[in-house]
Design a protein around this ligand. Structure first.
Ligand SMILES: C[S@@+](CC[C@H](N)C(=O)[O-])C[C@H]1O[C@@H](n2cnc3c(N)ncnc32)[C@H](O)[C@@H]1O
Length: 248
């Protein structure tokens, strides 16, 4: 195990199941765990190494039941819903692109789900947020399932106190916390992603707080209309090549 303290952030290179029993004082869990993408959908990642422990839903279930005084927000896919404890809300993240899937027999995927579990001390810090949130996708430059900082800032702003991400990957939740000047605990098993997380969080903490004023505003609630059409860019080879689906 390695521990790095970077300003208000404490980062562990470790298996979170070993670190979590030693932690106290976690107010909010904001996390994107492995949720069995390989197991559920047969996805084959052709550009990045496989995500550790992504072959079943055990760590997703573990994340959904972590103790947190204020709240838990846990990413998953719609087809994990039968495997997790019933959440109070299922938040839909609408992206500005869609991914491939089964081109003939499946609607184009343009959303992901975020499970919300309030803790015993929960209240919304500023206002009651919508259960639909818009944010553009990332180019996955740091991690194959990297989340947008804008999205993570919006989610962190729905929480209070110390934020824990036990599956921090490239540290996007920690970057959001740095921008919002919130204390953060992050844990990552993979040393390559851990190094990236340390660098990104350190860089975000060095920036003046007001530099991120636009990024710290929650993304507006999604207002779908019949005219709302976001075309898939056929030139976006990155998306097309990133995930290669098996034949159905
Ligand atoms: C879905 S990714 C998170 C990506 C992150 N949201 C980002 O923006 O970079 C899940 C991460 O959990 C890590 N992981 C898997 N099992 C773990 C464990 N037992 N303890 C800590 N991290 C683990 C994987 O290495 C992977 O980087």
């Amino acid at each position: 195990m390695r521990v790095e303290r970077i300003g208000d952030a404490v980062l562990y290179l470790a298996d979170c199941r070993e670190v979590l029993p030693t932690l106290t004082g976690v107010d909010a869990v904001v996390t994107d765990p492995p949720f069995g993408m390989a197991f559920r959908s047969g996805y084959r990642n052709v550009f990045h190494k496989a995500i550790a422990n992504d072959d079943n839903e055990a760590l997703l279930q573990f994340a959904c039941s972590l103790p947190a005084l204020h709240s838990r927000y846990v990413f998953c896919r719609w087809d994990n819903l039968s495997a997790v404890p019933k959440p109070r809300s299922v938040i839909t993240w609408v992206k500005n692109n869609w991914s491939m899937g089964d081109l003939e027999h499946e609607h184009a995927r343009q959303k992901e789900e975020i499970l919300f579990y309030p803790g015993p001390q929960h209240r919304f810090p500023r206002y009651r947020p919508s259960d639909v949130i818009e944010a553009p996708r990332t180019g996955n430059d740091h991690h194959p399932t990297e989340k947008p900082v804008q999205l993570m800032c919006a989610i962190v702003e729905w929480t209070q106190g110390v934020v824990l991400d036990p599956f921090m990957g490239s540290g996007t939740t920690g970057v959001a916390c740095a921008r919002l000047r919130r204390p953060f605990i992050g844990i990552e098993l993979d040393s390559e992603y851990f190094e990236i997380a340390c660098e990104r969080i350190s860089a975000a903490q060095r920036q003046p707080a007001d530099m991120f004023s636009a990024a710290t505003q929650a993304a507006p609630a999604y207002q779908p209309t019949l005219l709302d059409h976001i075309p898939q860019d056929p030139a976006d080879e990155h998306v097309a090549r990133l995930w290669q689906e098996p034949e159905v």
